[in-house]
Design a protein around this ligand. Sequence first.
Ligand code: PLP
Length: 408
Amino acid sequence: MSANSNVPPPLDRFSQPDAGGHFGPYGGVFVPETLMTALKELGEAYDMARKDPAFVNELRRHLKEFAGRPTPLYFAERLTQLGGGAKIYLKREDLLHTGAHKINNALAQALLAKRMGKKRIIAETGAGQHGVATAAACAKFGLECVVYMGAHDMERQALNVFRMRLMGAEVRGVEAGQKTLKEAINEAMRDWVTNVRATHYILGTAYGSHPYPMMVRDFHRVIGIEAKEQILAREGRLPDELIACVGGGSNAIGLFFEFLEDPGVKMIGVEAGGHGIKRGEHAARFAGGRLGVLQGCKTFLLQDADGQIELTHSVSAGLDYAAVGPEHAFYRDRGRIQFAYATDDEVLETFQLCSRLEGIIPALESTHALVEGLKRAKTLSKDKVIIVNLSGRGDKDVQQVQAMLGKK
Ligand SMILES: *Cc1c(COP(=O)(O)O)cnc(C)c1O
């Protein structure tokens, strides 16, 4: 690794959002008046920080010493053998502190909040991975931390609730609606409106109002920067395909961004196919969604004829959201990123396969990307190279999988 491999290069190389945060027809700012100023302040603070070597160097140090970067690029020899085609490499974000890529963004935003003089942090969380990463970053920097979580999710993910509390975060249960992620985001927004002066909202994916989709993407670009260096060192050439799962889209855009201008590199985002593409049974926004506005952002979302948000389902909580990050919608229109989905059943099978063949238990989210990676590897010749982003580890999922397998 070169000394500078964690430093994001200048941001004006490929298409950036316009001043209003639009990626083509997607993105933008849709928030109450009181938050307009806060978002503008945040955008300006981020713009200053990313150009400031002191900020960049401090962040790089924490990513290395606290989070464990760089993560390895691992040749999955036995999965490759099983596929019988393209070589499969795994980018091991699962080895990061707190177990997933989310710490890249949580650390960076916590550092930015400190720089802005904000002493109180709020966050939303679904399964709890972003909440745990945020709690860890706040503990490290001595920031007050409040995490909003749907009451139903708190029951399902009791261990993550305990982890957050151990690290000093206050976890507030949300009883509204389905009591899951969407309601938790609403509550976090409400808190932010009320306490905006002293509070920074650490949003957990490449979603929401500008500057979040751009900023969160930038904080994950280190994944692709490292992967590019690593594959060049290992194979002496660029990969043929990159594959990542897409919830809001942060781990995927983090891997993809550095390769957007390399025309020979294909990119595939994998959504949650759940029980199949039937209303309420999946979270594949590009398979069943259309343009709309949800929680601050214009993008593809799952909605009924009246624009009401549809129920979603996925075996993996981290992909179970009705809308997708605006930048993904933009690159899909341009044909730069293609999308596929994996069903719960496929995921359950590949979860076991990867554990057994590689000795790596992948997160259920990341397993969606593995399903597609194996499918594609089989169709490609042995001289081709695929990188699958292993966004997180599956320790958090083993109880759930054990229960599901017991039922089968
Ligand atoms: C949260 C999460 C995801 C989904 O979020 P993105 O923003 O789409 O990356 C994927 N994998 C893991 C392990 C997660 O924790």
